[in-house]
Design a binder for this molecule. Sequence first.
Ligand SMILES: *Cc1c(COP(=O)(O)O)cnc(C)c1O
Length: 356
Amino acid sequence: MSYFRSSVDAMTGYKPGEQPKPGTPIIKLNTNENPYAPSPQAMEVLKTLDSEWLRRYPDPFARRFCQAVSEVLGVPADWIIAGNGSDELLNVLIRACAEGHDRKIVYPTPTYVLYRTLAAMQPAQVVEVPYSHDFQLPLEAIIQAQGALTFIASPNSPSGHVVSLDMLRHLAQQLTGVLVIDEAYVDFAEGSALPLLKEFENVIVLRTLSKGYGLAGLRMGFGLANPTLLSGLFKVKDSYNIDAIATLVGTAAMQDQAYKNACAAKVKASREQLTVALRQLGFTVLDSQTNFVLATPPNGDAERLYLALKEQGILVRYFNQPGLDNKLRITVGTAEQNAALLKILATLLSESRVEA
Ligand SMILES: *Cc1c(COP(=O)(O)O)cnc(C)c1O
């Protein structure tokens, strides 16, 4: 007999992008971290931390943080749930809402791979509906499937595209289950699905401090939805899911919108430059509303380029799966990092032309 439940035996664990040891001279463009440091005001909190904050259990609802989010986004504080990264909230949603054949999990693919991993842990049926090759949402098939949970990442990874507010509204209307709009990359996008919160009881919007705020190591995310929907999630989450340090640092980061917006503006400008430069090298690059681009090299030889870049100390993301195995997902770095990447790519491509 196995030690594990059959669904755990059957699943493959999530494979995160490689994380080299801190300090190794590597340009890391593989896991969509922000190239800029977190807010100096947030870092200041660490220096002045009172030991009482660590002696005591943290606030189970991170109310100080939710209050800060409320002020920034104009959403009532009791419409906010804090999570240990938005990944925790995805997990809580699955545990709270999905079960077997009658309470399915539905999402379009390709998208954030963790949806599949988290779903596989649960005895819940998953319906994956493919995007068209130009990333049009398979709206009717998603509605047909009627998931207890429907995940839409918008902006999506790895494509970088945004699903229009009209389509999301249509989905919210037509689904009887919960529509989860994962806005992990919203800080680099134009627009957001927040207006749907007031219109629909079945919509939850997820956000994170990992991308826009440069705090992937802190593990802080949050969900926005009406209190009825949140009530079930509060029952399921770990009682002390947000630690005291994350609550304080996250609150300070949230209050420093000016810093976050300035970093996001730099990333967006670099993204446009990187897109143009890659196209000049012959790549096909989708327009992106995130801090990464999905790029198809001229000869489709993505795996070779991925390995050659790695050898030269630059990590990008390569997905060895149908539809993506001729592409690279490249996180937007600083101007210097992008220049280093482009220089090596130009050399690698001219070498392959000589060989051909
Ligand atoms: C990065 C990412 C997340 C996870 O964010 P955390 O808050 O770090 O857990 C969620 N969804 C998508 C689509 C992401 O790319």
